[in-house]
Design a protein around this ligand. Sequence first.
Ligand code: SAM
Length: 238
Amino acid sequence: MRFDLITALPGLVASPLAHSILQRAQTKGLVEVQVHDLRDYATDKHRQVDDYPFGGGAGMVLKAEPIFACYERLVDEARARGEAGPDAFVYLTPDGTTLTQDIASGFSLRRHVVLLAGHYKGVDQRVRDALITHELSIGDYVLSGGELPALVLIDAVVRLLPGVLGDAESALSDSFMDGLLDAPAYTRPADFRGMPVPEVLLSGNHTKIAEWRDDERLQKTRLRRPDLLDPSQRPSHP
Ligand code: SAM
């Protein structure tokens, strides 16, 4: 799978891509992530990628020209590699559809995803109208830029790609994978400052351990996220 991330601040994303699971997935050749500096596609001598909003008001708007130029370059390069081109162009935006595990799973089946990180007031609407295929939010709050949301999406997707996690079973029992939250986890020592690990986890009885975990997952989900068990309780978004 391949991600191309278009950003005006490429320095913001370097470190998370160079560590842990994301770094290992790239080294193993399971995913390729390329970061593109929007300023390289600016046409004026100051490499300006933003401008004042028509109609006035606070905040700058990312210009359409460099985004179109960068995306068109990515399409041309994909075709030159003998590929059809990107199969999704995602704009990270607070007014998009809220990212869920299901959406991440859906993206993990795609081949080539281009991501656009906005800044300031956002991007020129014509980019969204003409190029963007998916608009995703990582939650109902506003960040300064789309770089962290883009990394959140990449991370959520990459850990689902076959071969990325050492123990694929671990991802299968993660929260949301089957509609439940994950069970509590413990490691050594078995007794820490008078707080013992539940007996059953030390029993070696795998059937009983699995039953205990299922039970814990159900109880926790009922308590914390009843909407996962009964969609009618899901908070409605305007
Ligand atoms: N004016 C925009 C609005 O109110 O919807 C917010 C712009 S925000 C300050 C700048 C950029 O950060 C956005 O273009 C988007 O790329 C990114 N961003 C901020 N919050 C986000 C969120 N919750 N999910 C995804 N992207 C977000």
